[in-house]
Design a protein around this ligand. Structure first.
Ligand code: PLP
Length: 386
């Protein structure tokens, strides 16, 4: 191991992926993963599309492509974004990425210097925390409640930092159907956050994989659509509305940022697979994405309700859990701070059930009495046994 570079010490294996290796090798009811239900995958539709792409666009779809992504696909995504109220007039402001995980990596490499103050929710998405860690920032964790990030606490923190002559570079947030917390930021807080970004001059990274379908009528107005001053960088993905295997995500940002992201992406993979971009483009044009969205809404709502009913019935009193309007996760906080869900996991696995201990989602070391439960992947029968 003597040849490894120093920076490898900053690269943490995802605790979840390590855990899944153990869980998959045993016969266990697992609420630990974060996978879509494969029954939502449009296999028949995609097999027709794959043939069409090869026949009609073969020369281009199998060729190298532009780093920012195929123009017609970027235009299609901008139309999709417009339906969410995000109006972007130029395709200079969008770049396709290899999943939104790559979007996060690119953003971190392009924007963060060591010791920059960056704000995350307590808890936050582990893939983002691990990507941020590579740039050795100073993490500031802001607690959440049922209405998402406590923007009042953020404001107080910003005020205090300003009085000390310090500033925050960016706030990373998953406003709708948070992973892992399962909560959604109220519209009022979303507006307040955008106001603060102007007042205190910080960027917002809005990570939005889950807002395309909700299980009950919910306002999912993106921060990006409220922002008039180029403070919000928006990232999203087709992983939850078409297929994670296609590895397609995107970033919306003012052109100057997109140009910097493009330079970084060139070093990573030159461009996202042209083949899957053409597949995704045709999936939009033929209404397949809409079909997956509708299918997911129905299947996941049922599963979410089964899990919530079981929690209502069996969970020890004094516990808190989120009631997600979307997404794939419920977070549970056990009544006593002294209960360590990481230590408890061994007993749980021996009893035939797995979850993700919440601690690693909290950048301040708290959350050791929390756990993340996934309801999208397990079968309804299994959820009912819980
Ligand atoms: C909040 C959030 N961001 C980013 C990702 C990464 O997704 P992908 O790389 O599949 O687009 C996920 C995946 O679960 C996620 O939950």
């Amino acid at each position: 191991m003597k040849f490894l570079a120093e920076r490898i010490k900053l690269m943490r294996a995802s605790e979840i992926r390590e855990l899944l290796k153990i869980v998959e090798s045993r016969k266990i009811i697992s609420f630990a993963g974060g996978l879509p239900d494969p029954s939502i995958f449009p296999k028949r539709e995609l097999s027709d599309i794959v043939v069409k792409v090869l026949q009609e666009y073969g020369d281009k779809a199998l060729q190298y492509g532009p780093t920012k992504g195929i123009t017609s696909f970027r235009e299609e995504l901008l139309k999709f974004m417009e339906r969410k109220g995000i109006k972007i007039s130029s395709d200079d402001d969008i770049i396709i990425t290899t999943g939104s995980q790559q979007a996060l990596y690119i953003i971190v490499q392009t924007l963060i210097n060591p010791n920059d103050n960056i704000v995350l929710e307590l808890p936050s998405y582990l893939g983002a925390i691990n990507a941020f860690r590579l740039s050795e920032p100073n993490f500031i964790g802001i607690p959440i409640d049922d209405n998402g990030m406590r923007i009042d606490i953020l404001e107080e923190r910003l005020r205090r930092l300003r009085s000390e002559g310090k500033r925050v570079k960016l706030v990373y947030t998953i406003p709708i159907a948070h992973n892992p917390a399962g909560v959604t930021m109220s519209l009022e807080r979303r507006k307040h956050l955008v106001e603060l970004s102007e007042e205190y001059d910080f960027l917002i990274i809005e990570d939005d994989p889950y807002s395309f379908f909700t299980y009950e009528p919910t306002d999912t107005t993106p921060l990006k659509s409220i922002d008039n001053n180029g403070m919000v960088i928006y990232i999203s993905t087709l992983s939850k509305i078409l297929s994670p295997g296609l590895r397609i995500g995107w970033i919306l940002a003012p052109k100057e940022y997109v140009d910097a992201f493009e330079k970084c992406k060139q070093l990573l993979d030159l461009h996202t697979a042209t083949f899957t971009q053409y597949i995704a483009l045709n999936a939009f044009k033929l209404g397949v994405v809409e079909t997956v969205i509708e299918r997911s809404r129905i299947i996941y709502k049922r599963k979410k309700d089964v899990m919530l009913n079981s929690l209502d019935e069996y969970m020890v009193s004094g516990s808190w859990w989120s009631r997600p309007v979307g997404g794939m996760f419920i977070m549970v906080r056990l009544p006593k701070d002294t209960i360590d869900t990481k230590a408890m996991l061994i007993d749980a696995i021996n009893a035939g059930v797995a979850y993700v201990p919440g601690g690693s989602f909290f950048v301040d070391g708290s959350g050791t009495n929390t756990m993340r439960l996934n309801f999208s992947y397990p079968k309804v029968m299994v959820l009912q046994q819980f």
